[in-house]
Structure formats: C-alpha cells, structure tokens
Design a protein around this ligand. Structure first.
Ligand code: CO
Length: 406
C-alpha cells in the first residue's frame, strides 16, 4: 500500500512529530517549541504605511565588494524565491554608471528620427494611454558567464542570479511610434537611457512593434529606481541591457548605430576570432533551485525537486529532470500558467535513498530549442565567450546531503 505524506515525511523525522501534513522535518522542531510557549498576550506591532518583511527572513541580493559599486551588479537569490515572480526588492541589478536620481515630473520620453511628428511624452501623458500588464523575465546575457571558462558556479545565486521575473505595466511601443507617425522606410530604433553613461542600444524595429513596452510599473507599483524609475524599455526575451533603464529617447533610424555596448561589449567571440553580434534572444535555460549548491538535504526520503526554466523564444514546453547524472530523463510537472518569455516553475517528487547522486535539468521551449549540454555548447561556440551561456547544470549530492556544483 502506498504510504501517506505524513508517514513518508515522518520516516525521516526521528522524533515522529508532525503537526500538519507537509511540515518538513526541519520545521517540526520549531513547531514543537512554539507549541510550548504561551500565545502572545501583548499587542503586536502597529500598522505601517509601507510594508516590510519579517525580521526572520534574510534572503538578499549578493552585493560584490567592488571599488566602484556603481559599475557592477547584484544577483537575485533565486533559490530563496517561490513561484515565478521575483520580489522587486530582490530583482537583479546591472548598472554601468550607477542609479540616477530622477524626478518623474521632469522626466520625458522623446520619440524622433524617422517619424512624421517628433513627440515628447511626459509621464502623465504616457499613463493616460491604453496600458497593458505582462509577466516577463529579464536576464543579463552575462548570466552564468563564468561557466564558459570555469564551470562549477558554487550556487544558484552566483551562477544564475542575473535573471529575474516581474509583472510589468506600460504602453506598447507600437502605439507610441504610431502616434509619432512612423515612416515606412524605418528599420531600427535606438533606445537611450538617462544615466551618466547614456547607455544605448540599436534594436530591430519589427521586434519593438511586435511586443515591446515602455513600462512605468513593476509588480503593482512604480518601477524601482534600480530598475529604471520612472521609465524602462521592456523587450521580452531579449538580453538584459536592451531593456534600457531610465529610458529618455527612442530614435527611429534605418540601420544599427554600433554603440559601445553592442560592439566592444555584448558580442560573442567565436573560436575563429570573429564575433557574433546583435545576439539578442536569450536561449532556453533551466536550473534546479532545490536542492542546489551550498545547501544541505535534511536526510534521505521524500524531497521535491524544484526549479526555474525560461526561454526568450516563447513558452517552456518541457523541463526534463535526471536524478542519475544524465542517464535517464523524466518530464517534470510544469506550473501553470506557462507564459511566453517568463519564468516557468517546474517540480518533481523524488525519494532520495541517501546515496551520492547528480541532479540535472534541461529545458525545451515551444520552438523545439533544447538546452544543450556543456559539451554541445562548447562544440558550437567554443569556450572563449562571456555571454549567452546556457549549458545544462548539474548538482552533486553527497551521502551526507551536502549539495555541490559539478
Ligand atoms: Co547577446
């Protein structure tokens, strides 16, 4: 007969204490202590104007120790997030000249170039236009970049944390360009930010007309300053820095302008010395977030394998999981809704027998693109690049339950 959840979890809990189904062995100890204590007899904290999390919760972005922290990045603790949304306060950052302090009352968006009516929009004017909300991931193309030269990123945050997923609200770029009288011979758009480095990227017009947004809100409130307050360009599925923060102008043009961040940076060096350029789309990728590097399993028995998958080409179709180092693969359960160019949560029930094992995941998107092994990726692109690393990630679990990167 199949055992119940309580029995299966109790099997790994020597104390046999389980207050409710689903309580883990680690939690049950705390639950017992709490039961011994009196319920609170004094009034708790007062109401507050802007919420904060419990002081017991400590997940945070990783802030590297840099000489010039304005020209750096922080990473999302993906192994500490649930579901598909990243809290705005934990969304990764990658800045080239720090976070500019922008007064929204004075910030404008200029649309000019190959349009009949060059137009300046204030924030209030943009907010009067028809709006849309969509859930999309943003991933820096340098995410997992260290894996090219030195595979074995210690944990999910260090290896995959330059990716986050939010609900974004704003105005379709197509509507704004229509308003400005887009000319038929236009082909590209330059998007420029209002930070001190004036970061700009050349973007193909057809992509911007298809699904790009000028967004002013993230997860239900104004975009955070570190995400581009008060305006950012959202180019679903395209590499992170094309989602230009602190957006101040869209210039419609007929050819790419070969900006610094699309020539000296954000190009992909190939083995023959040539470089791939304008590699915008983020390929399908996945990572097991639990169990994952740096963590420890509490003991043999039931564990739910959990992870995240995403693709810049559309929906995630399948995420296969291997619990034997890649010999056999099994389709995991995908949490609905599966949205195009958004994080998808995958899960698989797993009984760990206490022996050393290797866990791996591989994502396949709706176009049929399958996440490659490191060997296949290296065969196609060499190992000298810094961007667009998508190789399958493996975590090794030792007999004592420690999880290490392979
Ligand atoms: Co690229």
């Amino acid at each position: 007969m199949r055992s119940t959840w309580k029995q299966r979890l109790a099997a790994i809990d020597r104390r046999g204490f389980l207050a409710t189904a689903g309580l883990s062995a680690a939690c049950s100890q705390k639950g017992e202590q709490a039961a011994d204590e009196e319920p609170p007899s004094q009034l708790g904290a007062q109401v507050s104007a802007y919420g904060e999390r419990s002081p017991y919760e400590t997940a945070k972005r990783l802030v590297p120790d840099l000489k010039r922290p304005q020209i750096g990045s922080t990473t999302t603790p993906l192994a500490d997030t649930e579901g598909i949304l990243t809290p705005s306060s934990l969304h990764f950052e990658r800045h080239h000249a720090g976070v500019p302090p922008i007064d929204p009352a004075r910030h404008t968006l200029l649309i000019h170039g190959m349009v009949d009516r060059p137009t300046v929009f204030t924030l209030d004017e943009l907010k009067r236009l028809p709006s849309v909300s969509r859930i999309h991931f943003i991933e820096c193309s340098g995410n997992s970049g260290r894996e090219w030269k030195a595979p074995g990123a210690g944990d999910v945050q260090r290896g995959f944390g330059l990716a986050s997923c939010s609900e974004w609200t704003g105005v379709p770029v197509s509507l704004l360009l229509e308003e400005a009288g887009l000319r038929r011979d236009a082909k590209w758009v330059l998007a420029e930010g209002a930070d001190a480095c004036k970061l700009f990227r050349s973007l193909p017009l057809d992509k911007l007309l298809r699904d790009a947004l000028v967004v002013y809100a993230q997860n239900g409130e104004a975009i955070r300053p570190s995400q581009g307050y008060p305006l950012r360009l959202l180019v679903p599925g395209f590499e992170g820095n094309t989602n230009v923060k602190w957006l101040r102008q869209l210039k419609v043009v007929d050819e790419p302008y070969m900006a610094k961040d699309e020539t000296s940076k954000y190009t992909d060096l190939m083995p023959d010395g040539k470089a791939r350029i304008f590699t915008f789309v983020m390929d399908a990728k996945s990572v097991i977030t639990h169990p994952s590097g740096g963590r420890k399993l509490s003991g043999p028995g039931f564990h739910e394998i959990r992870g995240l998958a995403w693709s810049g080409r559309g929906r995630i179709e399948t995420v296969e999981v291997s619990t034997d180092g890649g010999k056999r693969w099994k389709a995991s359960m995908l949490q609905e809704p599966r949205l195009p160019m958004a994080f998808t949560r995958f899960r698989m029930a797993w009984e760990w027998d206490g022996q050393p094992v290797e866990l791996m995941s591989r994502a396949i998107d709706e176009t049929g693109y399958a996440q490659p092994s490191r060997e296949d990726l290296a065969a196609a692109r060499g190992l000298q690049s810094s961007y667009h690393y998508t190789g399958i990630k493996a975590w090794r679990i030792t007999a004592s339950g420690e999880v290490h990167s392979v």
